[in-house]
Design a protein around this ligand. Structure first.
Ligand SMILES: Nc1ncnc2c1ncn2[C@@H]1O[C@H](COP(=O)(O)OP(=O)(O)OP(=O)(O)O)[C@@H](O)[C@H]1O
Length: 235
């Protein structure tokens, strides 16, 4: 259910989008405005198409049909759930963002390593870092890219409560510094803590979208009602 009267300061407009995989349509969006001026959560069942949507918004994948239009000069950073690390130190892995932006200084890299709490692990092999440490490293890479929109795929999946809190703080900091965030999550309490806006996806379609409060209080579609009910039972 797409509300055509919504107004966003910055947005991404999707029109007549299909994304296929092995001949199967995995994303199908006739028309949607995706806000890029706040913290937005993308939620929905496993396999619904959340990761695919984030990749599409980043430009990592192109749609099979349709158009993606940005109302602003796009500078995105995408942090996927499983990011491979090369067999080198955490610092070297972080430094790889220089491949895309050679102006990033040693000092900036050192500052970001401290900022994400990996100062003591800078020389440790990145592929041996824990899940939480890797995620912090990936967020560090995103910070160094100086994006105006950061796209995070399940940023706290498999993280303990303390690391989850640290990652959520980083998401708040992106927002505070005018870098907007779209993240996917299955953690509804987290979605309510962080997000101002919800995109609910089911079977590759945006079934519902809107401000977080009304969505949780009064979901409009059967699919969203069922998903919320099932997730709350699982919590
Ligand atoms: N590279 C790919 N090759 C084949 N199928 C794919 C590929 N990427 C995604 N799919 C399929 O597209 C559908 C949507 O996947 P996607 O990862 O976007 O869902 P999701 O909502 O992020 O799921 P989850 O909550 O489990 O992470 C799934 O059925 C998945 O199997």
């Amino acid at each position: 259910m797409v509300n055509m009267t919504e107004q966003f300061e910055r947005f991404i407009e999707l029109r007549d989008i299909t994304v296929k995989s092995n001949g199967r349509v995995i994303l199908n969006i006739q028309h949607a405005l995706i806000p890029a001026d706040r913290i937005t959560a993308c939620i929905g069942p496993n396999g619904a198409g959340k990761t695919t949507l984030l990749k599409l918004l980043d430009g990592l994948i192109q749609p099979d049909t349709g158009t993606v239009r940005y109302s602003f000069a796009k500078k995105t950073a995408l942090v996927l759930h499983h990011t491979p690390m090369i067999k080198a130190s955490a610092k070297t892995n972080l430094s790889m963002v220089r491949d895309a932006d050679s102006t990033i200084t040693d000092e900036a890299i050192a500052q970001v390593i401290e900022k994400v709490g990996l100062g003591k692990l800078a020389s440790s092999p990145a592929h041996k870092l824990s899940a939480g440490e890797r995620q912090k490293l990936c967020l560090g890479r995103a910070i160094l890219q100086k994006p105006n929109l950061v796209l995070l795929d399940e940023p706290t999946a498999n993280l303990d409560p303390n690391t989850t809190e640290q990652v959520e703080e980083m998401i708040h900091q992106f927002d505070a510094q005018n870098t907007d965030v779209i993240f996917s999550s299955h953690q509804l309490a987290q979605v309510q803590r962080l997000a101002q806006y919800i995109i609910f996806i089911d079977h590759g379609e945006i079934k519902e979208k809107g401000p977080v409060g009304p969505f949780f209080l009064n979901p409009q579609t059967q699919a969203a009602k069922r998903y919320l009910h099932q997730e709350l039972l699982a919590d």
